[in-house]
Ligand binder design. Structure first.
Ligand code: ARG
Length: 766
């Protein structure tokens, strides 16, 4: 065993004799002469109770945890077993010594309640550390040692876990093994500041060994799995006063990690240890690939997620293709590396800090003379499926699959030889790059331009015949008939009084102005976003446009009551230039249709902004915020609240939802003038998590069109994803994030509203 040098001597060997006595002859031989170390890494929990002298009734308990190094003592294997006599004896000595040290200090002695040794470990530690535990850990402590195969939260599965508890499981396997912890059920409160589980790569609860803090729900089809770097692991469960969640069950198994090796043949695959769950820290694997003579090797990474070091230079964990390149971070799906040789060596290395999910890799041979058999070869040497050629998407990465194309009827044939979706014709954006898609777009005077850009005679508008193929010449005609009025009754009668809707007076003979005076109803009974179309006036009366005062539209929001709006937390994060978190920064436009007619909308200032306190700016988890208006708004035909789903609502995959906003109408493009709408579908979370490289939490919902082309985009954030249910519209989600906009296989990600029903009630009373 190595020796440690270092100068900290925390427990002076005042008790040398006793210590030596315990070192029985023949016990795993060890003793390194003078120097020492034998460090243990001990764990001590000192319990300090601070009595507040001035407020006798107020007592608080604090638990401190830290490690001490014992010098002048040899480490014996029995110290690893808390039930051994050797362990108990040494622990008692440590506790006695701590007690006497505290009693020597008059300031400290009155606060010291007791201490407990949690573990001894042989390790070289240079610095002594004593850290206060997270305040949420200051509650009753129960510690269990479990060598069992299954651990569950107390009471599982018969009853929910208890409130106000702190339970920990110290897991220890055989030397030379690692522990694998897999949760098959995980169902805790959503808010990690209330209840949480932490998993440590150590026997003691020290932050630097924390692997992950988890709360909320994980579906059994996407189970949480952790692997330790050595034969120990600590799991803690902390709960606060409210509860009623089922808890968890996890299986603990011992594994011996074997990774790397020799690979041969003409193709094959391998992956990082434990993929797709987190790889262990401090691991090195090497794969030596050798294919038949005369062939070359091509390596592809379908998935690649490896933490970069703090410097972002692959200084942390990395994958090295020896002699070729070193990869780390997140790489695009199917990143490729080729070598012009029949041998390739791949090394994977993880350091002691944060881990990620790792990678999967496949290799195959290629003929030096024919590098892309049956595939299209891009200029950048990638091979893509021939069906991806000329589909309007840049699959090669260098656009070479989109050159010299013959386009089919659903595509615009650009003069420069590329194809683009017909949808993009005449949308004011030069998609072809040579303007072909924007030529011949206008209609002659006296003609009406249909939503699909067809031209029909102006006379045919609102003549009750569908002259445009998409019927858009008849859209919104009822409001044309009630042109100078504010409202059209169910029986077609027009009302001129301002705001007749829901004002408590029957203005229509049929009472239609006073019916449905709650959420989620549109006033007009008849009736971009990328790939969408213009909304009708009043179609999304809960849609709000948030402007930074006297400038432009920044984010969307939804009206949920006379006083409250819901938006995204990422819209209200300060940046160096603008204090987005301050209510005074914003003005909210309600009842707005086109950004050109702000004066027609109702402008409101804000009284307060409440972002969700667990919003995570890296992961966009809990991306929701509330805004209180400085005065209540009066509902009208174009200003109405949307209904909130209840906490238990689920929106099944495949369901159609509407998204709306003034955001960009294409990735990297500029915002829309007229409110845009589009229909997308809810996407299964497991599928979505897979597509989005494991970045989906239970606080997120995915929706989109997987073939691409329809999505929310920059500037739509904070706005509604509305779903029709029982003839009312419900706020199913809040536009949150995405990977680009409208890309194939990249759905839009929305804040999952049912998860926040209770939070909204708590903060707003709504
Ligand atoms: N974060 C964006 C915003 O600030 C919204 C992105 C939504 N993106 C998407 N592809 N659905 O406006």
């Amino acid at each position: 065993r190595p020796t440690c040098d270092g100068t900290v001597t925390f427990l002076p060997a005042s008790d040398n004799k006793k210590l030596e006595k315990k070192r029985g002859p023949g016990k795993v031989g060890i003793i390194v002469a003078l120097v020492i170390f034998a460090a243990i890494l001990a764990l001590i929990i000192g319990l300090l109770v601070w009595h507040f002298h001035f407020r006798k009734d107020l007592k608080s308990q604090r638990i401190y945890t830290g490690s001490l190094r014992i010098t002048n003592q040899a480490f014996v294997d029995a110290y690893e077993n808390p039930d051994s006599a050797e362990f108990k004896d040494l622990a008692n000595q440590v506790m006695a010594q701590l007690k006497s040290m505290y009693s020597e200090s008059p300031q400290l002695s009155k606060y010291y309640v007791g201490s407990k040794v949690q573990a001894f470990r042989y390790v070289c530690i240079v610095n002594l550390s004593l850290t206060a535990l997270d305040t949420r850990l200051f509650s009753k402590t129960r510690s269990e040692y479990s060598a069992e195969e299954i651990i569950t939260s107390p009471g599982f599965p018969d009853k929910p876990y208890a409130p106000n508890s702190f339970v920990q499981w110290q897991l220890r396997g055989d030397p030379g093994h690692m522990l694998k912890l897999s949760f098959d059920t995980f169902n805790l409160e959503e808010d990690c500041s209330n209840d949480f589980v932490r998993v440590y790569d150590s026997l003691v609860a020290m932050d630097k060994h924390l692997m992950e803090e988890e709360c909320g729900f994980y579906s059994p089809s996407n189970p949480l799995t952790f692997i330790s770097s050595r034969n120990v692991m600590l799991v803690t469960l902390v709960t606060n006063e409210e509860g009623n969640f089922p808890g968890f069950r996890a299986r603990v198994t011992q594994i011996k990690l074997a990774c790397g090796g020799k690979l041969s043949g003409t193709s094959g695959s391998f992956k990082s240890p434990n993929f797709p769950s987190y790889y262990p820290p401090n691991t090195t694997c090497q794969w030596d690939i050798e294919v038949p003579d005369g062939k070359y090797v091509k390596l592809r990474f379908p998935k690649f997620m490896v933490s970069t070091g703090s410097l972002n230079h692959c200084s942390g964990d990395y994958v090295q293709i020896v002699g070729k390149s070193t990869l780390c971070g997140q790489q695009l799906a199917n990143t490729m590396v080729t070598v012009n040789s029949n041998k390739m060596t791949v090394v994977f290395k993880s350091d002691s800090s944060q881990v990620d999910r790792g990678f999967s890799a496949t290799y195959e041979i290629f003929e030096p003379t024919d590098p892309c058999p049956d595939k299209f070869q891009c200029d950048n040497k990638r091979c893509v499926n021939p069906s991806l050629r000329c589909d309007g998407w840049n699959d090669c990465g260098d656009s070479t699959d989109e050159r010299s194309c013959k386009c089919d009827a659903s595509m615009i044939q650009c003069r420069n030889g590329i194809c683009k979706p017909m949808l993009w014709r005449c949308d004011g954006v030069n998609d072809c790059g040579d303007d072909t898609d924007e030529l011949n777009c206008g209609c002659k005077t006296g003609e009406f331009k249909c939503n699909d850009n067809q031209c029909v005679s102006e006379m045919k508008k609102c003549d009750r015949n569908r002259d445009c193929k998409d019927g858009s010449d008849e859209d919104g005609c009822s409001r044309e008939i009630c042109k100078d009025s504010t409202f059209m009754c169910g029986n077609g009668k027009c009302i001129t009084k301002p705001n007749p809707m829901c004002d408590g007076q029957d203005d229509c003979d049929d009472g239609s102005d006073e019916s449905n005076c709650n959420c989620g109803k549109r006033a007009y009974t008849k009736s971009r976003i990328v790939g969408g179309q213009e909304a009708d006036v009043g179609e999304f009366p809960w849609q709000v446009s948030l402007h930074v005062k006297n400038t432009a539209h920044v984010c969307g929001a939804s009206i949920i009551s006379e006083r409250w709006l819901v938006t995204a937390a990422h819209c209200v994060q300060d940046d160096p230039k603008i204090k987005y978190s301050q209510p005074g920064t914003w003005e909210a436009y309600l009842g707005l249709h086109t950004q050109k007619e702000k004066q027609k909308a109702t402008k409101k200032l804000l009284k307060q902004i409440i972002p969700h306190k667990n919003y995570n700016s890296h992961t966009y988890d809990n991306d929701i915020a509330l805004m209180e208006l400085d005065s209540p708004v009066t509902f009208s035909a174009t200003i109405r609240p949307i209904c909130l789903p209840t906490a238990t609502d689920v929106f099944p995959a495949g369901e159609t939802v509407s998204i709306s906003g003034w955001g960009a109408t294409r990735e990297g493009g500029s915002g829309a003038t007229v409110l845009q709408k589009a229909n997308v579908r809810i996407i299964n979370s497991t599928v979505c998590d897979e597509l989005m490289n494991g970045q989906i939490t239970s606080r997120m919902t995915c929706a989109g069109v997987l073939s691409g082309g329809v999505d929310a985009c920059q500037g739509d954030s904070g706005g509604p994803m509305s779903i029709l249910s029982n003839e009312r519209m419900y706020l199913a989600g809040v536009v949150s994030w995405g990977d680009g906009c409208a890309r194939r296989d990249k759905p839009g990600i929305y804040t999952n509203m049912p998860k926040f029903r209770a939070w909204i009630k708590e903060k707003t009373g709504v």
